[in-house]
Write a protein that binds this ligand. Structure first.
Ligand SMILES: Cc1ncc(C[n+]2csc(CCOP(=O)(O)OP(=O)(O)O)c2C)c(N)n1
Ligand SMILES: [Mg+2]
Length: 556
């Protein structure tokens, strides 16, 4: 075994880390390793058509499984291609390991040579410069350890002349999981419980916002119990969207995408408790969402300063579930609280009021995106994985209901378009059951449309719904609001149905929203991926975009 080439040992170490799927694009720097990986029993190799997409697929795979995503790219241009994917993974806390070659360390000249570390570091990702043959397996362990424990992307750069040397022996590989501290749930300090209970008992209009930390802690039921006990309303951050959709006092997402009713209730809130939510600029809508509220944060790692603003007024350092349960117990012991916000009339209003009821005139042959989304919400089964894209149409997608946050995937933290087809491919490669839908804008989809070929070649099955306004809608609406020429953001409605068929997949343009039910049945009955090209109006402006006008674009 010790005489095996280094690339074989590197592949075995990756397998020991539990890697079962790799998203790859070959070049000199990674082809030996990738080929060795593909020979390992149970490893699925997905060969992408762009390195950015290989990484975004690995991110999608993480979203669907919770396991560290693994991608592989070649040295030099392979690495320069992935900077947007790395920055996106950094912002979204996605654990990912990218096996990248490096140009040969002993070569006098190599045209693809570039200092890869600074490129990777500039994105916020970690770079492991694997230059020691004796410590080569330690380098792999470090990559997985940092990715898993710090929840961020890591690029492992291995010069490819070193990859071809004989391994030379050494102790067996011990996977990174053996090094990750297992500390159990962090309990809250009694003083912070007492302080929060005092505030909660006195609050008349409290709202709890749950975030990703609440989802990963399994705090769903505990938070609903605290809300019930304290008379609080329930909301979530965007990534935790859907957590309380079944609860009649759930007001949906907090932030710029909040519904009209939610905005009104937040404006009146006197206490907001963020549970496992870092209170980003977007969650608090730049500070405009709950100006009157005292803000408390329950978090494993509370933040005093977030995105340039004070995050909260009081803090509890605790695991989400443990912290919330302690507050509920103490609140019960203390007796009834002052809250008076919950009522049957409010529950009815929440259930019956549309997120946004502004009126627009809709040109013939196009749909109001709100109607298109409502119909998609009706026909797409609730147990499907949903990947939600970016752009202006993302607002409408956010208001679909009844799907668990674990099945809703939107990596928008870096604000980059062009990721979502690949994220959806990663989800589809993990799930392998066809129950994956991507909702995406036309501009973002076409940015990496070549990945339809990857879908076809690997026989992946997913449904892609394009909200096609024939434009970079997000840009178009800002240009219009500023009275500028919009022609640079308008492209016309690309015929994605034909493009899809050209790649050997199924595809159609939707002429009537009533078609969607029967199209869903025919998608289910066969084995090929499909695009529904949905022409939407470019006149319907989301409330978040309308508010942007009032604030002034780009001014935070
Ligand atoms: C990589 C990247 N390039 C450019 C932008 C600027 N941008 C933001 S939204 C958008 C338009 C997206 O168009 P589309 O996917 O059709 O969605 P729509 O806004 O029309 O709903 C653009 C170009 C960006 N965010 N990321
Ligand atoms: Mg568009």
């Amino acid at each position: 075994m010790s005489n095996l080439p280094m690339y074989e040992m590197l592949a075995k170490a990756f397998a020991s880390e539990g890697v079962d799927t790799v998203f790859n694009l070959m070049g000199d720097g990674n082809m030996h390793w990738a080929t060795a990986m593909s020979k390992i029993d149970g490893v699925q190799m997905i060969h992408a058509r762009h390195e950015h997409c290989a990484c975004a697929m690995a991110m999608g795979y993480y979203c669907a499984t919770g396991n560290t995503g693994v991608a592989s790219v070649t040295c030099g241009p392979g690495v320069t291609q992935i900077s947007t994917a790395l920055a996106t993974a950094v912002r979204a806390n996605v654990p990912m390991v990218v096996f990248a070659g490096e140009t040969p360390i002993n070569a006098k000249f190599y045209n693809q040579a570039i200092d890869q570390g600074p490129i990777v570091h500039a994105t916020g990702a970690h770079y492991v410069r694997a230059h020691s043959t004796a410590r080569m397996l330690d380098h792999v362990r470090e990559a997985f350890y940092v990715a898993r424990y710090e929840r961020r992307p890591v690029v492992l750069g291995v010069p490819y002349d070193l990859q071809k040397l004989p391994f030379g022996g050494g102790p067996g590989y011990v996977a990174s999981s053996a090094y990750i501290p297992q500390t159990g749930r962090t309990p809250p300090h009694p003083d912070s419980v007492a302080l929060l209970v005092e505030k909660l008992a006195a609050a008349q209009r409290p709202i709890i916002i749950a975030g990703r930390g609440a989802v990963s802690s399994g705090a769903h039921a505990a938070i609903e119990e605290l809300a019930e006990t304290s008379g609080a309303l329930l909301a979530t951050t965007l990534p935790a969207r859907g957590m309380f959709d079944h609860n009649r006092f759930s007001i949906g997402v907090a932030g710029g995408f909040a519904s009209d009713v939610a905005r009104e209730l937040f404006a009146q809130a006197d206490l907001v408790i963020a549970v496992g939510a870092s209170l980003t600029y977007y969650t608090v809508d730049g500070g405009a969402l709950f100006p009157k509220a005292t803000v408390a944060q329950i978090d494993e790692w509370p933040l005093g300063l977030k995105d340039g603003s004070r995050a909260a007024d009081l803090f509890m350092k605790a695991d989400a579930k443990a912290g919330v349960e302690a507050v509920t117990r103490a609140l019960r012991a203390q007796g009834p609280s002052q809250s008076n916000v919950r009522s049957p009339a409010l529950a009815q209003r929440i259930a019956q009021t549309p997120p946004d009821s502004a009126e627009f005139s809709i040109a013939p042959g196009t749909f109001d995106p709100r109607h298109a989304i409502a119909e998609l919400d009706r026909v797409i089964p609730k147990d499907w994985e949903m990947v939600s894209g970016s752009g202006h149409s993302a607002y409408f997608q956010t208001h679909m209901r009844g799907r668990r946050p674990e099945q809703f995937h939107a990596l928008r933290e870096f604000g980059a378009i062009g990721n979502s087809i690949s994220i959806a491919i990663g989800v589809a490669a993990a799930k392998k059951n066809g129950k994956v839908v991507l909702l995406e804008g036309d501009g973002s989809l076409i940015m990496h449309i070549q990945e339809l070929e990857t879908i076809k070649r690997h026989g992946l099955r997913l449904l892609i719904c394009v909200l096609n306004d024939g434009a970079y809608g997000a840009e178009l609406h800002k240009l219009r609001q500023d009275g500028l020429d919009e022609s640079g953001a308008v492209f016309g409605r690309t015929d994605f149905g034909s493009i899809s068929r050209g790649f050997g997949l199924r595809g159609s343009t939707i002429a009537d929203l009533d078609q969607l039910g029967s199209l869903m049945k025919s998608y289910d009955a066969q084995g090929t991926a499909e695009i529904w090209n949905i022409p939407i109006s470019d006149q319907v402006v989301s409330p978040s975009m309308r508010r942007l006008k009032a604030k002034g674009h780009g001014v935070m």
